[in-house]
Design a protein around this ligand. Structure first.
Ligand code: ZN
Length: 285
């Protein structure tokens, strides 16, 4: 029997997110990790030209330590808006850059998106603390400033917490969720687990969009799963410093190119910035 193929499905666009810096990688590990805001804007521009439509950013102090300085985030946002028209800018509210409400101090700059972890979890050598009151406070600040959260799911309870926050009107539909796989003490890199999470998300939060991140050597494998299972994709030096077993990634753009090169294997293609905004229910620029 002939199978009719939906032409739209054949070239379904995917949002390629590039996580350029993170809070941990240092130049000693890979000199391509962008640290200053000028380096970050340059690295983002290269990744944008390579096919990324969303940038996830942490900022750093001059000594490479993580920072929560709102002025650094503001300078980054201005630079990317100028150099990369339409690109979605997502600030990290991750815990290594500061504590408590300090983590949301940069939301006044009104980026398109910001990360929001909806629970606490053990990291390899620390506790990633996200107490309920802080989650509520960050979510409220995102609402006030018109910032769409990316819900960071480091453990299964965080998915259910996010759905509850929607019912409590602290988060709005449609959710955008990132499943983070491969951090020791948190979710493992397991295809069956990812399929379970996607199924639950579809059941509990219809119309939600999703992406998964594979940390370290698992990055490319998880990229492939996302493309195959209809999700969006995340890459970048925050999660992984290498191109393959033996060589360092030369840039964030090189990791984006690695994703672009495999899109066609799954009948996908990189979304344009305008498509990415529509897919994630963000306003057009
Ligand atoms: Zn991050």
């Amino acid at each position: 029997m002939a199978i009719s193929r939906n032409p739209k499905r054949m070239t379904a666009p995917c949002v390629i997110a590039v996580a350029i810096t993170g809070s941990l990688p240092r130049k000693e590990q890979n000199p391509a990790v962008p640290i200053t805001v000028a380096e970050q804007i340059e690295s983002t521009h290269e990744a944008f030209l390579a096919g990324a439509s969303l940038v996830h950013v942490h900022v750093r102090n001059e000594d490479q330590s993580p920072s929560a300085d709102p002025s650094l985030f503001g300078a980054f946002l201005r630079g990317v808006r100028e150099r990369c028209p339409g690109m979605i800018v997502q600030f990290s509210t991750g815990g290594r850059s500061g504590s408590g409400r300090e983590r949301g101090g940069m939301l006044v700059h009104r980026p398109d998106m910001a990360s929001l972890a909806t629970g606490s979890v053990n990291f390899p050598t620390s506790v990633y603390e996200n107490p309920p009151a802080l989650i509520d406070e960050l979510a409220a600040s995102m609402k006030t400033h018109g910032v769409k959260p990316e819900v960071e799911v480091f453990d299964v309870a965080m998915l259910y917490n996010a759905v509850r926050l929607v019912k409590e009107e602290k988060l709005s539909m449609p959710l955008h969720v990132q499943f983070v796989l491969g951090i020791q003490n948190a979710l493992p890199v397991d295809r069956g687990l990812l399929e379970f999470l996607i199924a639950k998300l579809g059941e509990l939060a219809p119309a939600a969009t999703w992406v998964a991140a594979g940390v370290g050597r698992h990055q490319l494998e998880v990229n492939r799963w996302c493309l195959e299972l209809g999700g969006h994709v995340r890459t970048g030096l925050e999660d992984n410093l290498k191109l393959d077993k033996t060589s360092l990634a030369q840039s964030n753009a090189a990791l984006v190119e690695r994703v672009v090169a495999i899109c066609a294997d799954y009948d996908r293609r990189p979304a344009t910035p305008a498509e990415a905004r529509a897919l994630l229910s963000l306003p057009a620029t």
